[in-house]
Design a protein around this ligand. Structure first.
Ligand code: BGC
Length: 742
């Protein structure tokens, strides 16, 4: 009964979230060490093994139960449900030698049972506080279902909309991505991991998974250390600083080194520079995949590479289970290295309070009342409303209740695709379809025609759709992608609407009836095939369980306030297309052939980063600076006045960008440095002040030091990355201002 003694001792110590204070850490570490001293080599390896057991069925299959009894597994993934996980945990707590509790992990990416909009949509709110609340709800629900650990937030920067996993992240910008990453970590973990409703967070996929060549999932990445540090790493660092207790490495290689064996990333940067004291889990099978990558000849070699690089837990490849003990016995993996990984895993279990209460929040009664609780659904509706981006509006929206509306399209009466990819424990029957939402709000049936399906090339339903539209004052077409067209292994080589949906939009528009296109999708789409036919386009993303209601809220007057967290290209050929690009030596000039451009298309995006319309309009004053000079230790304020010049209340996301036009290395044409979402009544004007410090101007110089170089800078403010007003200032310093001591 030694675990009880350890548990009782630990109970006295409240472990705070993530990176705990030193005193607490020391106390936890003493308990970890005393437990470690009791463990056999096989039991130690067991803590580093994670096995997938799908679903909610019980009892647990005998092969897994045996592994638990023998202490050969430290964590399960994909096992959900309070009763089932309680039953499995009971095996560990009563039948294994050391009674070390199991850790249950699950992909709670955008909600558990109450499915929120996909993360890309959530980023479109530009409201980290709201997203923190959504993550909190996800944690409350998942923890009640016996889950301790979520494989989220996904914080991969994505500049390529072909990559299906762009749906799971926060888009293309490192600042917005970092703020969302930190907000989600705080939301999942709560104020202390010891709370029974805290979920251990796991930022993923470390690193640069989103930079896959050709946007093809799992593909090769080859980027510079500078791009890695300036674009792809900041959200991970932000998540670590917010206290994330674990981290997942990625499938991809970077410049010849698969992430699961990348010591530079996993040890030098993560632990050396960022002082991460949690544990690292591999991605699914990624330790074993180092054989296919071609850096390990055998599974044993892959295991040695993984553990030495800094991957503490092996998700599902079986490499650690099969080979780690032998590798240690053969002297190929030092025991102290293995012990350190085991310590990290045990530390997480102690911090979660599992040694005190191995069942924690998992409780069938709580599960019953908490899943899909009305307040959770309300929040899901609010987040969905705030995440929608109005891309076009020629005075068609908002609709009026007295208009005769026709509802058309393959996703108009659809529930499952509203949930999007990685929808946790979400169920189709929980979701509100657009048709249901609109009919409930209007209080009567609405003429409806599906027109076609999402992907098949079948136009037989067009005639009915056209007929229905003809009799209406306005046609709302709900079109887009199915849930499985984005997410993992869902890369696309085209970005238009799949199937014959664009033709459907055009056919309906040909009736002359105004058309509102509502897009349900998990990535930026190229809208050129139907943009001109649409009187209005609303990007609703995959909006979650309350999607239908939230879409109807917006269509009938709730003012859209979402802004794009990612650039929308005109065509696939422009990709990668992102706002913070370099100027080149021959920047685009329409009239000059020998400049950087296409001979058969435009350089500019369809919709720029940060873009989104409103039912009102906003006027910006010119930009003013509190001083033309900024010095080390100082700050300057960039100010602008924003006025609601329209007739209804609305929210604007005021964005501050910086450019460093001359430096020792080339700099992006613009970098987002701050933003504020302001709410304005008609006619109301508000001054927005952004305080700029030298640290916000930092870059990596030729020697990869973080510095601010003296000279001119440009501060630009506006409502998106294209429509900006600027003012210049100087950073004054005797030489480069060093911000690191690396
Ligand atoms: C994905 C991860 C996910 C894991 C567990 C992998 O295929 O890349 O994002 O967390 O599976 O489901």
């Amino acid at each position: 009964m030694r675990f009880l003694v350890l548990g009782a001792l630990l109970f006295a110590i409240p472990p705070p979230a993530g990176q705990v204070a030193d005193a607490h850490r020391d106390a936890v570490d003493r308990r970890v060490d005393s437990l470690l001293s009791l463990m056999t080599l096989e039991e130690k390896v067991g803590q580093l093994v994670q096995v997938a057991v799908e679903g909610e069925e019980s009892p647990l299959a005998e092969e897994y139960a045996r592994q638990v009894r023998l202490g050969e597994v430290g964590s399960f993934l994909n096992s959900i449900g309070a009763s089932r996980n309680r039953e499995i945990q009971t095996i560990a707590m009563t039948r294994s030698r050391l009674k070390i509790p199991l850790l249950f992990g699950y992909d709670v990416i955008h909600g558990f049972r109450t499915v929120f909009p996909i993360p890309l949509a959530q980023a479109s709110t530009w409201e980290p506080d709201l997203i923190e609340k959504a993550a909190r709800v996800a944690a409350i629900e998942a923890s009640s279902a016996g889950i301790h650990w979520t494989f989220a937030p996904m914080v991969d920067i994505a500049r390529d909309p072909r990559w299906g996993r762009i749906a799971e992240g926060s888009g293309e910008d490192p600042l917005l991505g970092s703020l969302m990453a930190a907000a989600r970590v705080r939301g999942f973990q709560g104020d202390t991991l010891a709370r029974r409703d805290a979920l251990l967070a796991c930022p993923k996929h470390y690193a640069a998974y989103g930079a896959a060549e050709g946007g093809r999932d799992y593909n090769t990445v080859d980027i510079s250390e500078r791009t890695l540090r300036e674009i792809y790493l900041p959200p991970f660092e932000a998540a670590v600083r917010a206290g994330a207790g674990t981290l997942m490495c990625s499938f991809n290689e970077i410049a010849g080194v698969p992430s699961s064996g990348n010591r530079h990333l996993l040890t030098d940067i993560l632990r050396g520079e960022w002082k991460f004291d949690g544990f690292v889990v591999s991605d699914w099978g990624s330790i074993g995949e180092m054989q296919q990558h071609g850096v390990a000849g055998t599974l044993a070699e892959a295991a040695a590479l993984g553990i030495t690089a800094g991957v503490d837990m092996d998700m599902e490849s079986g490499a650690y289970h099969a080979h780690l003990a032998d590798l240690v016995r053969a002297g190929k993996v030092p025991l102290p290295l293995l012990d350190e990984s085991v310590r990290r895993v045990l530390r997480a279990k102690f911090r979660l309070g599992l040694f005190d209460d191995p069942y924690r929040g998992g409780d069938p009664a709580r599960e019953k009342t908490l899943l899909l609780a009305p307040e959770h659904r309300n929040l899901a509706r609010e987040v969905a409303r705030h995440s929608m981006v109005l891309l076009k509006n020629s005075n068609v929206l908002p609709l009026r209740k007295e208009q005769n509306v026709a509802l058309i399209g393959p996703l108009a009466d659809n529930r499952s695709d509203l949930l999007g990819c990685w929808s946790g424990n979400g169920r189709e029957e929980d979701a509100v379809a657009v048709r249901e939402g609109i009919e409930r709000m209007l209080g009567h049936p609405v003429p409806y025609a599906r027109g076609c399906l999402v992907a098949p090339l079948d136009r037989r339903g067009f005639a009915e759709a056209v007929e229905v539209a003809r009799k209406a004052d306005v046609a709302v077409l709900v079109v887009g992608e199915t849930a499985l067209m984005s997410g993992e292994a869902a890369s696309r080589s085209t970005l238009g609407l799949p199937g014959v949906q664009e033709e459907l939009v055009r056919a309906v528009a040909a009736t002359g009836v105004p058309v509102v296109v509502v897009l349900i999708n998990g990535r930026p789409l190229a809208v050129g095939g139907f943009e001109e036919s649409a009187g209005a386009i609303l990007e609703a993303w995959a909006p979650g369980v309350e999607g239908g209601n939230a879409i109807v809220d917006i269509l009938y007057g709730a003012n859209p306030s979402g802004r794009l967290p990612v650039t929308f290209p005109r065509s696939v050929g422009q990709i990668p297309l992102y706002y913070n690009h370099k100027n080149t030596g021959r920047p685009f000039q329409a009239e000059e052939r020998f400049t950087s451009k296409y001979i058969d298309g435009e350089n500019s995006p369809q919709y720029p980063f940060g873009f989104g319309l409103s039912y009102t309009t906003f006027d910006y004053s010119s930009v003013s600076l509190s001083s033309p000079l900024l010095r080390e230790g100082g700050s300057l304020t960039v100010s602008v006045s924003v006025r609601n010049s329209g007739k209804v209340a609305g929210e604007e996301v005021v964005q501050l960008y910086i450019q460093d036009p001359v430096a020792s290395v080339t700099r992006p044409v613009a970098e987002l440095k701050a933003f504020r979402k302001v709410s304005l009544r008609p006619g109301e004007e508000q001054r927005v002040d952004f305080v700029l410090t030298p640290e916000m101007l930092a870059m990596f110089d030729l020697s990869m030091h973080r510095v601010v170089e003296p000279g001119a800078f440009i501060a630009s403010v506006g409502g998106n990355a294209r429509d900006l007003q600027s003012a210049a200032f100087q950073f004054e310093s005797a030489g480069p201002y060093r911000l690191d001591r690396r």
